[in-house]
Every structure is written in C-alpha cells, then in structure tokens.
Design a protein. Structure first.
Length: 349
C-alpha cells in the first residue's frame, strides 16, 4: 500500500473565521475538517500573504518573485530577460475614507480591451524606462531592463483584494515616489479611455488603476525538485512549477481520485474554492465552498488517515497556519474533534 505525503494548500480556509465568529457567532460545522484540524499539530497563522506561503512550499525563502514567475507562466516558451513586475489591472472604488480594490478575475476583461489599454499607457509613458505588457487579459506585467532596479517595496495582490488600499501602496524604496506619481498620472489617463467608457456603458467596472507588486528577482532554480507533483492551477503556481521543474497537473475531482494515483511521494494540491469568498468577505459563498471541500476532500482524507493510507498530511490555510498530521494521528483518541469556534478562539454569542 502506497502512503503519500500530501500538502493541501487552501487559501481563505481560516483567516476570516475569527472575524466572522465575532460578527455572526458561528460559521457552520464541517465535521471532517474539524477532525483533521483537531488531530493535527496546529501551527497558528503567521499573517503571511498567500503568495509568500506558496513560494515557501517551493523553497523560495526570501521575497516573492511573482513578476518573473507569472510572466514565465503566461509565456513559457519565451526567454525571461530583464526585470518583471506584476501590474494587475484593477478597479478602485471610492469608499467612505479610502479606495477599495477589485482584481481582474472579477472584471471580465477581454484581450482586445487589455491590448488597447496597454497601448494607451505605453504611448503616454514612452519617456519612462518601463513597458507595460498585457501578458494575458487579466494579468499584466511591467518590464524593465536587466540593469534597472525597480527601487520600491510592494504588497502582494492578495493583501489588497477587497481591502482599503491607501496604507498598502508602495511608499517604501528609493524610487517609490516616482512610481506613485506615475500611478496617479496613469489613473487620470485611464479614466476617460474609450475602452473604459465602453465598459461602463455596458454596466461593467472600468480598469482605472494597476496594482504593482512582485518585484523580487528570481532566484536560481533548486538542484532537485522540492515536490514530486502539483495539482491545481493559477499563474503563480504554474510559474513556480516551471521554475522548480515540478509537474503541474489539473486538479482531480476529489481526494479519492488523487489517492488512487498517488505513489509514496510528496505532492501538493492547491484548492481555490474559498479564496475569493474570504477575500471579498462573503460568508455565504465561503460556506458553500466549504461544504464542497468537505465532501470532495476532507471526508475522503479523514477516512484515508484513519485507514493509514496517508503517511503525512499537512493542511495549509494560505496564511502560514498549518495543521500537520503524522502517522500516529489516527491513534490519538484523546484529541477529540473541536469546532472552528473552539479551535480558533472565537466566542459564540
């Protein structure tokens, strides 16, 4: 019997739960997940952005080279030259006292729209040392020459999604002021752009800014792959797999299908079912996603652990918190299942 080592990376799994417990008193019951978390050694959140936590699983211990990695994923057959930053097309909406960010996956941006906006920006900023590339409709990049230092410190996109962004803008670094001036000018350029006028006429949000991040240089690839296989999708994940020479495969329909094919190897599964709901503070959508995860993944994995079919299981909540279950977890009967409320210290009203 094969006994794989499995990592489940589930961003959005836990980080909103304490806040929701305080607001609503409960978040639902998920018996299989509660069993797994209660039997595991629970390492609390370190407040990591999901992108940082994912990079750490591939052995990148310093920074988030997301610009280079996601460009590799968008154009895997092109040589990666120069410096790359993510320049995500976003919609900033005025709130009571700040701007709130909606990212591109929620905006239904087409390739012609992306190309038209990128061309407009590049023509206007032709005097600057950077070029905007619409690598994919919903994922853009800024390209700099090899010898150019971006000169700023940024926050990853996940830290800004659904959030007030004033405190998250790139204000640190020797060139931060110049980038902020460019961003202000860019927002004024985009506001009257024909593409945005057409989008608003169709009832869609305009693309009125860029979220710049992921400026760290790409380190040398590891001599040996850190994982045997990865299951999931997303450009950062795909770029990490390409960089680390790890096979990236589509998700299986659930844990049962994965366990049928898993050898005694270390494998990573990335599940995005609850990320957007947590990011946009939608507890009902989060509950629906959790119910789907409970049925397709947590229940089969509970049985697999109880039957000794998994050598090790680690549940990563995407913020640095981990529940690690070793070979003896199934025998630890004194660790009774506890609700998310009890596990995360919430108080039921």
């Amino acid at each position: 019997m094969t006994q794989p080592v499995l990592h489940l990376f589930i961003p959005g799994l836990l980080h909103k739960v304490p806040e929701w417990l305080a607001s609503y008193g409960e978040v639902g019951r998920y018996p299989a997940l509660e069993w797994l978390l209660s039997r595991g050694d629970l390492h609390p959140s370190r407040g990591l952005p999901r992108e940082t936590a994912l990079c750490r699983l591939f052995g990148i211990s310093d920074g988030i080279p997301a610009g280079a990695l996601t460009r590799m994923a968008c154009h895997p057959d092109e040589p990666l030259t120069g410096r790359w930053l993510c320049a995500e097309p976003v919609y900033l909406e005025a709130g009571i006292d700040d701007l709130v960010l909606t990212e591109a996956s929620q905006l239904n941006l087409s390739s012609p729209e992306a190309e038209a906006l990128a061309t407009l920006v590049n023509e206007h900023f032709a005097h600057r040392p950077w070029t905007l590339k619409a690598s994919a409709p919903d994922h853009w990049h800024i390209h700099l020459p090899d010898d150019a230092d971006p000169g700023l410190e940024t926050q990853p996109l996940s830290a800004a999604v659904g959030q007030r962004v004033g405190r998250l803008l790139p204000r640190k670094g020797p060139h931060a002021n110049a980038w902020l001036q460019d961003l202000n000018e860019l927002q004024m350029l985009l506001y009257p752009a024909p593409v945005n006028q057409e989008r608003e006429g169709r009832g869609r949000h305009p693309i009125n800014s860029l979220w710049i991040w992921g400026e760290d240089p790409l380190p040398s690839a590891p001599a040996q792959a850190t994982l045997a296989a990865v299951f999931g999708q997303g450009r950062l994940l795909e770029g990490l797999c390409q960089w680390g020479r790890v096979p990236c495969q589509p998700l299986t329909e659930g844990a049962d299908a994965l366990l049928e094919t898993s050898a005694e190897e270390e494998r990573l599964v990335v599940l995005e079912d609850v990320w957007a709901a947590a990011a946009y503070d939608d507890i009902e959508a989060w509950r629906m996603g959790m119910e789907a995860l409970e049925q397709a993944w947590f229940e089969p994995l509970l049985k697999a652990v109880q039957q000794g079919r998994v050598r090790s299981l680690q549940l990563h909540a995407g913020d640095g918190s981990i529940a690690a279950l070793g070979p003896t977890a199934r025998w630890q009967f004194w660790r009774r299942p506890r609700s998310l409320n009890d596990l995360l210290g919430g108080e039921t009203r």
